[in-house]
Design a protein around this ligand. Structure first.
Ligand code: AMP
Length: 459
């Protein structure tokens, strides 16, 4: 038997080797256990969240890690590609049973420029962007794209780091000074030299993501579109399904399916999207980035979908049939950042599901998540209000904050003057949908519509 990647599958899989041992690795292991699989992890921090579920090997013990596992996957996309290449070669030679997702997916996801070039080559719309290798090229990009622009490192940035918003010509010098080391691979931003990427600043109305799983036989199953709210680039809240997005579902599933097929992908992937307006004034999606792994905006699926993203990723990796991705119930997921709440106060809320990552408290660190799924959808909003009240750290959860505020926070844009604030607000309000949580029948309708689309896409 051969897989889509032409790996000869000859032995029984017992142990899955996961590159990384954070909370994503932990939740992958939780999903693997009932299916009969053990996980081991390659991770330098011995007391990482995944250590509760399987043996952790330090990167110095790579050979032992390899010997302990039959098939490999990852939970962290900044994994060195050289390790992934080694595991891929072992799989091609038949001594291991696969490295999923494929190396190319990692190579592209680690580089914003390659990622956006791939989107465009597949006719998937993005913000306008240009590569920047020098201050002169940055001047040129500002001129061609028009201010404001977001200047980003192509590699190495995460959670909003390595980004600079250029609002006026006088910002260009400092933006270049701040990020130029990434072009040569000096400094702390990234060790691999790569051009910067200048992106047009997009006044999106909402941030959505779609998650899908692709099996070794090429079958793709998509979850509902969800809506995400960030604070300083860190995900604070996900609503699943995203209210009022059924008209965008087909575009999103087409995009992620095209990407997965193009990469010969196996496993779960997330595609992050901005909602904006096209030339005719209709809602349109722009692709921002892929995550070649299970994703924070899919944590709701543990309780809220027939098969969770974690289980579907494991199924894909061990070559089992994918499970149903249908949403069984609308849900809201909140990340617990920095400080643990009183767990009994959380569990006092009907429909609250608590997932601790067993990490030490530290400012804005993701240490747990909570999914709200009260039996009656009408209780979702009151449950959210109760939950926010008992969370010690409420950053990004201010219900009154607008998408424009969230966008500013995501990019750390100072809002010192009203003039600056209106720069973002004016256009956003033109396209902003009401992002309040809709309860009762209207949300059910939305879910039914989204479901109808899922079912259609599955045919
Ligand atoms: P990223 O690191 O690309 O995921 O960006 C972090 C956050 O910054 C996103 O979630 C958006 O909220 C915001 N952002 C990124 N790129 C742009 C852009 N070109 N225009 C406006 N906002 C952006």
């Amino acid at each position: 038997m051969t897989t889509a990647n032409a790996y000869p599958v000859t032995q029984t899989i017992r142990t899955i080797g996961i590159l990384g041992g954070g909370q994503l690795g932990m939740m992958l292991a939780e999903a693997a256990m009932p299916l009969g699989y053990q996980c081991v992890f390659l991770e330098d921090s011995a007391d990482c969240p995944a250590s509760l579920y399987g043996r952790v090997f330090h990167s110095d013990q790579l050979e032992d890690f390899i010997a302990a596992a039959d098939v490999f996957t990852l939970e962290f996309e900044n994994t060195p590609t050289v390790t992934v290449e080694q595991l891929t070669n072992l799989s091609k030679s038949g001594s291991k049973q696969g490295m999923f997702p494929p190396l190319i997916a990692l190579d592209i996801a680690q580089d914003r420029l390659k990622e956006k070039q791939m989107f465009n080559s597949l006719d998937i719309a993005t913000v306008p962007f240009m590569a920047v290798n020098s201050e002169a090229e940055l001047q040129q990009a500002c001129h061609e794209l028009g201010l404001p622009i977001v200047l980003k490192t192509s590699r190495g940035g995460y959670d909003g780091k390595g980004q600079f918003v250029i609002r006026q010509d006088s910002d260009i010098k400092s933006a270049w000074q701040d990020l130029k080391d990434a072009v040569t691979g000096e400094g702390s931003l990234t060790p691999t030299p790569a051009p910067l990427i200048a992106e047009g600043f997009i006044n999106f109305s909402r941030e959505l993501s779609i998650i899908a799983a692709r099996a070794q036989n090429g079958q793709v199953r998509c979850y509902d579109l969800v809506e995400n709210h960030h604070h300083h680039g860190i995900l604070a809240k996900t609503q699943a399904p995203a209210v009022g997005t059924s008209h965008l579902f087909q575009q999103a599933t087409d995009a992620i399916t095209k990407i997965m097929n193009h990469l010969g992908y196996v496993g779960v992937m997330a595609l992050e999207l901005f909602v904006t307006k096209d030339a005719r004034g209709n809602d349109a999606l722009l692709a921002n980035e892929i995550a070649p792994r299970v994703h924070n905006s899919g944590h709701w699926s543990i309780e809220g979908a027939v098969t969770s993203q974690f289980e579907n990723h494991i199924r894909a990796v061990v070559n089992l049939p994918l499970g149903d991705t249908d949403n069984v119930h609308p849900a809201i997921m909140l990340n617990v950042l920095g400080q643990y709440p009183d767990i009994s106060a959380v569990l006092n809320i009907d429909g609250a599901h608590y997932h601790s990552y067993h990490k030490a408290e530290r400012d804005d660190r993701k240490i747990a998540h909570i999914t709200l799924m009260p039996n009656d959808v009408a209780d979702l909003e009151p449950a959210l209000a109760k939950l926010i009240a008992v969370l010690p750290n409420k950053v990004g959860l201010d219900k009154k904050s607008t998408t424009a505020d969230n966008q500013q926070k995501a990019l750390d844009i100072p809002t010192s003057t009203e003039a600056e604030k209106s720069l973002v607000n004016t256009k956003v309000t033109e396209v902003m949908e009401v992002t309040k949580i809709i309860t009762g029948d209207s949300q059910k309708d939305n879910m039914t519509n989204a479901q109808a689309k899922v079912n259609k896409a599955k045919k």
